[in-house]
Ligand binder design. Sequence first.
Ligand code: RAM
Length: 906
Amino acid sequence: MFLMLTVSHLRCEYRINPIGLDITSPRLSWHLQSDLRNCVQSDYQIQLSRTEDMAQIEWDSGKKSSDQSIHVELEHWVPEARTRYYYRIRAWDRAGDESDWSEIAYFETGFMGSEDAWQAEWITVDPSSQQDESCPRLRTLFELKKPVASARIYVTALGLYELHLNNQRVGEAYFTPGWTSYSKRLQYQVYDVTDQLQNGQNILGAYLGDGWYKGHLGWEKKQKIYGTNAGLLLELHIHYTDGSEERIISDRNWKSSPSAIRSSDIYMGETYDARMESEWQDSSSFQWSPVRVLDYSKEIIIAQENVPVTPIEQIKPITLLTTPLGERVLDMGQNMVGWVRFSIQGETGHTVELLHAEILDHKGNFYTENLRGATQCIRYTLKGVGVEAYEPRFTFQGFRYVKLIGFPDEIRLEDFTGVVLHSNMERTGDFKSSSSLVNQLHHNILWGQKGNFVDVPTDCPQRDERLGWTGDAQMFIRTSSYLMNTAPFFTKWLRDLQADQGEDGGIPFYVPDLRSSTSDGWGDTNHSSAAWGDAAVICPWTIYEMYGDVRLLAEQYDSMKRWINYIHAQGENPYLWNTGFHFGDWLGLDSKPDSYIGATDKDFVATAFYAYSVSLTRKAAEVLGHTEDVTYYDKLHDNIVAAFQNEFVTPAGKLAVPTQTAHVLALHFDLLDSTARKRTIDQLGKLVADAGNHLTTGFVGTPYLNPVLSDTGHHDLAYTLLFQEDYPSWLYQVTQGATTVWEHWDGIREDGSLWSADMNSFNHYAYGAIGEWLYRYVAGINTDEHKPGFHIVHIEPKPGPGLEWVEASFETMYGSVTSNWYRRDNNEMEVRVTIPANTTGTVLLPGADVQTVLENGKALAQVADIHEIQTQASDVRIALGSGSYQFTYKVLEADQALHVQKVETV
Ligand code: RAM
């Protein structure tokens, strides 16, 4: 039979065939695909088996009448620990089609908190046998005498580990076990090593690196923040074909030795002496000495929550430069994060160095001052045998330029490869337009995400900081969730946020929080800035909207409430937040000279975010059915808004804080009555005009600036801001050759001088939050907060002066949404959209007359698949089912917003 309906893209907890889940009710999601429009799932069936042939069905949902196809739980079923479950799904749609069974996917559980978990012991190097700073190796040897059916390694470390089994690296993940709030939560990973075992003798070992656990961390460059000893905890579980099981565990019988990795540090780089390399089985360079058992908690160990960091792509240098100072520098052509893999041939004992920098200074020399104390240096000493290849493992660099020291006279570009590493999130968004500058901006935003989503959302990936700043995360979370599937990434981070939340409900400036992990404890000024701490609310809410993840919302709800309670308890008036330290509109251009803090009154910012977080927490309460809380937050919100108006709006309705950011926040958070709103909208237009049609906003105002302009009738102005190429603007840095987004609007000034080296990152995603406006407004792809996760897709393209076309796509949990629009000569407009199966959509055709719109050449009234047509002002709104549609029409002459002026693009 020819099937038109298919089920594909099987995911468990957002992941393809995950192993090591400790979730009692894992959620399954799938895509439905149909050749027909208007496809809605009527029923589904899920079957689960312990074998891939599905011979014996362990659990069967039966044909279940439901349109749910994301986050589906398996009712009345709990998985067993350390078990792989295969699953397949089929579906029926309302048109009566039935799909075939999907391909088979699987998920596998971890220890699930079972009692026999972690029989292994924590082991570490005995300090009496290793005094050097090298990364230790720990190993064990064992014999296998029977055929193996399957084998898994369960492993974690204090520090970072890299496992080797029979001289092969295990798995593809780097920087494992990942960075969490280590004293409270430490992830373990699970590897399927069935194929790496061999009959007879086997050798299993691990390198241990300092990593975030005990290497330099934070700008104060403290070491050993979480602990002093790198340690390993490992169990290898072997299932033999005869049904028996054996465990090889880390214990006092393991041996340790120093290694050729002479030192390694996330900020500082790696030093490697290849002369000291030795095979795992031999002891030619080092003695293998007894290990020490470490007394360390196993209670805090949790399964891996985030997707792992892996090498994602490779780039080749575009050229080799010689700078005016005579330095030999590779240009990778892209500010990237990861490292350089290189090959070299030379004499034994010769040392080469690679230094990494983001930019060249205005004279063209290699510039590293903005790295502050992070040396980012790779030092390699040759063994002198043939061609040697090297890449580091326990460090990463943020760089575009690589200074080569000690390399042979002749340098071949092909000997160098940039290895880009980041959390391996599925790419979901794509945006192309008629403007190559805007496309480059999109590229820069994407690379800002790649470089700063290395297990934790960081502010920067190069200097001695690289911290999970809460404010930056909330600013960029929606943009990042258009670009990639960030749900597991933020799930893990939000749990750390919750774990590091103070007893009083305060939220650290960055998560994982370093200070609460040291004996210094909480100081007065290291937590709970407005717009930073609000990440506790904005982030779970955004993940809920983007992925329909109610579970995460429920899990974070208590943390959200506690954050609100914290604010409520500050100051004398419980409805204003006018006490404490705040970053304000960080790096706003209207700041006093030499200040990082923009002109917008900090109490204004704090109170505005207070109201906003209460409004989102109220929504969360509604979703979660906490009706009493809904009433409470409603009232609280009213009181805050009243206090805000009393404090910051004149009786005549003028906003008393005369900055762009203040106007943007008051409008976006809906804090004004209609008179004040009208005046604020007009005044915002004037403020932007007074600044020569440029922005003056910092971290807090910028993310909402263009959305607010588009929402309040200043849409053309939003386009004007987008297309500015002189300072300050998004495209200024693009025209300066940026390949990532900068921390400062004027990181490199028009005269070539640089912002102070004490804080000048060229890879910082905060201002990249404009990406949200590109997807959500320009392409117009939006979800519906009442049907989150894009179960209803709203497509409202917003053309404007300067763009002739846009082609955007976004992979939702249900499948791919596209929104393409083309503004042709003669005012012809074409809008092509795709709504995924099992969702419904609305499409807004801007400047359209319902009489003249054609869908695939047919008048709208004749298109059977269209559910409803509404005319609103000069727009036509169409409600429709899934499928691809092509609308063409002539734009109404009067619609000014659509007049396209061609702008010069480079
Ligand atoms: C700097 C960075 C970071 C910001 C903090 C307040 O460290 O700019 O992004 O969040 O300051």
